[in-house]
Write a new protein. Structure first.
Length: 322
């Protein structure tokens, strides 16, 4: 790509070319600040591209270092888009034509080169689409992660990736959190099939003041009267169904395993409060084995009594997340 850039620089945008050249120079241990030079264009025609010319000079200057000279057509002091009046460009162009002396233009290049460097740095600072800088540092990663509720690497838990929280920042901070959004984020992060069942709450214990006491409180039938010490509250919980998965993946989502911890931690990053969160792990039917006496099966998890081949998906494992 660098060879193509040097051969046909007019096919590239100015800042794109600078980024490519800067990365290429750093790969060989050359600082772009010392190797890149910007020149003014003396053309008075409408610029057909950002770059008029680009040339590589080996051993240029007294230090024998490499130089890359970029003649810009869209910014500078001279040329049709220059900051100075056009008669400056006309006089310098006439001088070079008559004397073959580039001294006057080099004088202005000394000032416009610094101007170009500052302009490029400002462009990089305020352009998210610019991506990582020449040192491969993503300056916007920390800001995106902060939107996702993480101010720094020290606040990560359960092995959640810092980059992933930044990637899902908008979904995690959304005020509207439908079940499809939760399932999509969890499924993409954990790389397993995930569905979310709504209204899977539990019987919620009633406080002493919330129970019916004859002659005291909550005695109006149809308004507050209840029988018993619990009340069904389906809106307080969801059931997250993972699978069907293989036995290897199944182990990751058993109570206390890495996948279950990561799922609970990521679920806690959403901007909603869910008192009851059930995780149901579905084992694929072709991975089901009958129980044996070798002690490797666990009751309630992966132990099944089978008298004949049964290839149904097993969803027996269902427990509350911490």
């Amino acid at each position: 790509m660098i060879d193509h850039l040097l051969a046909e620089p007019w096919r590239y945008e100015l800042f794109q070319a600078i980024r490519l050249l800067s990365r290429w120079l750093r790969r060989y241990g050359v600082a772009p600040e010392s190797a890149l030079r910007f020149e003014n264009s003396l053309s008075l025609a409408f610029p057909a591209s950002d770059i008029d010319a680009l040339r590589l000079e080996q051993g240029a200057g007294g230090d024998g270092a490499m130089r890359l000279r970029i003649r810009t057509a869209v910014i500078g002091l001279l040329g049709v888009n220059g900051a100075l009046p056009l008669h400056y460009t006309e006089r310098i162009a006439a001088w070079e034509h008559d004397t073959r002396d580039e001294g006057p233009r080099a004088f202005y290049d000394a000032f416009s080169s610094r101007q170009m460097v500052l302009f490029y740095r400002a462009w990089c600072k305020y352009r998210v689409r610019g991506g990582p800088d020449e040192h491969n540092r993503d300056r916007f990663l920390a800001q995106l992660a902060a939107l996702g509720g993480v101010a720094g690497q020290g606040q990560l838990d359960a092995g959640l990736a810092f980059e992933s929280l930044a990637y899902f920042a908008s979904q995690l901070r959304s005020r509207v959190v439908p079940a499809s959004l939760i399932a999509g984020v969890l499924g993409e992060y954990l790389e397993v099939p995930v569905t979310v069942e709504q209204f899977a709450g539990r019987w919620d214990p009633l406080g002493i003041g919330e129970r019916t006491r004859l002659g005291e409180n909550n005695c109006d039938i149809g308004l507050g009267a209840t029988l018993g010490g619990r009340l069904p509250r389906p809106e307080l919980g969801i059931r997250i169904r993972v699978g069907p998965v293989s036995s290897t993946v199944f182990e990751r989502f058993l109570p206390g395993a890495s996948g279950a911890r990561a799922l609970a931690a990521l679920l806690g990053r959403f901007a909603i409060d869910i008192p009851y969160r059930e995780l149901q792990v579905v084992l694929r039917g072709d991975e089901v084995d009958g129980a044996s006496l070798d002690g490797t099966v666990r009751l309630g998890l992966d132990g099944f009594l089978c008298t004949q081949p049964d290839k149904r998906d097993r969803d027996d494992v269902c427990y509350l997340l911490d």
